[in-house]
Design a protein around this ligand. Structure first.
Ligand code: NI
Length: 172
């Protein structure tokens, strides 16, 4: 297992549209293991393959308090969605930014697990939000794309300032 590097906004690779996984083979299984390890270490509650510069449709999630309910979604597809819900979201690729995004309140999603077996999941609350957030990553979309232009400018300024400070730290 290995900790993978997480791409940070505004890295253009985050805009890549992920391809479907053909076969859940040993390479994919190993990547899923690495993605779980990377997500738990970050720590985060979800991670999409796009964020670790691997452009196939793979997501790992664990929204449980105890971090003992790993969920893997390969080639996820939303079958049904219902209602709307606003939630404060953050993202490992957009550090220290938290903004409110409106999503569907409930979703029914079909996916393959890390063994390549198909399953259907009904999700609401944080899990539903997380699934939609991660599925956006696979389409090259980030949660800050939903902000109003004014809010987006504010966020961008903060991110640029952060990056300048990070660079200063490297100079020593
Ligand atoms: Ni994210």
């Amino acid at each position: 297992m290995a900790i993978l590097d997480i791409l940070r906004y505004p890295d253009k690779r985050l805009r890549t549209v992920a391809k479907q996984v053909d076969t859940v083979d040993e390479t994919i299984k190993a990547l899923v293991e690495d993605m779980f390890e990377t997500m738990y270490e970050a720590p985060g509650i979800g991670l999409a393959a796009t964020q670790v510069d691997f452009h196939q449709q793979i997501i790992v999630i664990d929204v449980s308090e105890e971090k003992d309910q790993p969920l893997c979604l390969i080639n996820p597809e939303i079958l049904e969605e219902e209602g709307t819900e606003s939630c404060d979201e953050g993202c490992l690729s957009v550090p220290d930014i938290y903004e409110t995004v409106e999503r569907a309140e409930k979703v029914i999603v079909r996916a393959l697990d890390q063994n390549g077996d198909e399953y259907t999941l009904q999700a609401d609350g944080l899990l539903a939000v997380c699934i939609q957030h991660e599925m956006d990553h696979l389409k090259g979309r980030l949660f800050i794309d939903y902000l109003s232009p004014l809010k987006f400018q504010r966020v961008k300024k903060r991110l640029l300032k952060q990056q300048r400070e990070d660079q200063r730290q490297l100079v020593m």
